[in-house]
Design a protein around this ligand. Structure first.
Ligand SMILES: C[S@@+](CC[C@H](N)C(=O)[O-])C[C@H]1O[C@@H](n2cnc3c(N)ncnc32)[C@H](O)[C@@H]1O
Length: 252
């Protein structure tokens, strides 16, 4: 099920206000990879900020964004010179179509079980040409980011139409490597608050490496932050750039 925060067009606009380009060190990291590639798939593309920026920066090849949330994709569609696909990896069947696949904004953490993750990585592997790259990040569980997801850390933004919106996270439950939390959006201009609930998986680097290897994705580089600092036990991010290994002869 898609989070309300992503399917509600009003909240998708709030997402862009909360995460403007200039604050996105992550997208600044991914942009050069996108510009180097000729055909790029952005899985969980959201409002399409990365692909929009790539086109603006002169990318002239294939850019394709995939997302199951219509509210997010409606904003992405503001650019018509990029392919936008409503859906998730289970609904697509690209084969050797892209030389880069990215998942940004911690979108990889939506896969909550080993089976879901394996299914997604297999689809990504299949969508890549041999030697193509998959780049993504996941929050390092050792950094315990969820401890900061408390109403006291709420943030307030003003959207493009001048509406002030406050967004507050609250962790509801934690079990195994999963964290369920709510985000409550409120505004003096709205009749009442809007609430979304999400569950994310915090996979450690070893488990991630096993899942990548199983899917035929060989890890080339890993970083612990957006300045390309090394991955350490407590670094905030596990940023991974992997390469699709060739299928055995006769296999696809
Ligand atoms: C935090 S947003 C990140 C959006 C964008 N990648 C960015 O960096 O701004 C997570 C996105 O993942 C999408 N998403 C949720 N479940 C998904 C799934 N199973 N497959 C692909 N995308 C999914 C959501 O709709 C949402 O747009």
């Amino acid at each position: 099920m898609v989070d309300q925060a992503f399917s509600d067009p009003g909240l998708a606009e709030v997402y862009d206000s909360l995460h403007p380009w200039y604050s996105r060190d992550d997208l600044a990291f991914y942009l050069p990879l996108v510009l180097e590639a000729s055909a790029v798939l952005d899985v969980g593309c959201g409002t399409g900020a990365l692909l929009h920026r790539a086109r603006e920066a002169g990318h002239s090849g294939r850019l394709c964004g995939l997302d199951p949330a219509d509210g997010m994709l409606a904003r992405a569609r503001n650019r018509a010179d990029i392919e936008w696909v409503l859906g998730d990896l289970s609904s697509v069947s690209w084969e050797r179509a892209f030389d880069l696949v990215v998942m940004t904004g911690h979108a990889l953490q939506v896969f909550l079980t080993d089976r879901d993750l394996a299914g997604a990585l297999a689809k990504i592997r299949r969508a890549l040409i041999a030697g193509g790259r998959f780049a993504c990040e996941t929050r390092n569980p050792a950094a315990r980011a969820w401890e900061g997801w408390v109403p006291g850390n709420a943030v307030e933004v003003v959207t493009a139409d001048g509406t002030t919106v406050r967004a507050a996270h609250q962790v509801q439950a934690r079990w195994g490597d999963l964290v369920r939390f709510t985000t409550t959006f409120s505004s003096p201009k709205w009749a009442g608050p809007r609430r979304s609930e999400s569950t994310l998986r915090f996979l450690d680097a070893d488990s991630l490496a096993d899942a990548f290897a199983e899917a035929g994705l060989r890890i080339d580089e890993q970083f612990g932050d957006w300045n390309r600092g090394p991955l350490t036990a407590t670094s905030p991010e596990i940023i991974t750039i992997a390469r699709a290994t060739p299928y055995p002869a006769g296999d696809i």
